[in-house]
Design a binder for this molecule. Sequence first.
Ligand code: AMP
Length: 216
Amino acid sequence: MNIIILGPQGSGKGTQAELLAKKYGLEHIDVGRFLREVAAMETGLGKEVYEIINVRKELVPDHILEKILQLKLNDIDREQGVILDGMPRNLEQAGFLEKIFQSFGKKIEKVFFLDVSEEESIKRISKRWICAKCKAQFIMGKDIRNAREKCAKCGGRLEQRIDDTPEGIRKRLEVFRKETIPVLDYYKEKGMLVEIDGAQTIEKALEEITRQIEKI
Ligand code: AMP
């Protein structure tokens, strides 16, 4: 089984993708995380990606995403199912994604869209802290009480993502509206889109997605 999970910043797509990967033994391809790892490299490509993600807060060019997807799928067994998290974010990506999946003998069965309001998205993201070392996420006021606490998983230092400022979130939501909403319409027309209320609890959203997956 191969599925896609999309949603605006703070919709909980990363959390759901992790849980679904575990539950169904899928390979979790977290495109945003991989791009942040590239951005941390001291190479020409690393600097270019850093500038796009953290300064301009735009989408990384499609030709880079095309390469990444090919490399990632190349590393995975042909029989292995995947959950693609955060891609495609525009119609061009939706086009080449289909072709690349086909060339690896894979087919996307369903596209899950976790929807939350912009207000909720900004509220959630401004409370998001991550471990600098293992990248685990923590919610201020729920999982941690202050930024001096250490990561509960590995003891690492906690920090906020550079692009998680209120201005950064607004810009990324604007990109989402402009570039990614047409992708949702595209999958809706193909009868592949499943819309999930991202405002409900993690458990409830997982239950709803699971119910839909069981139908595949
Ligand atoms: P995320 O972790 O999903 O919030 O992604 C962080 C940043 O990585 C985004 O704001 C984009 O700059 C970049 N990014 C993630 N996924 C894609 C994609 N599919 N296409 C282009 N850029 C992306």
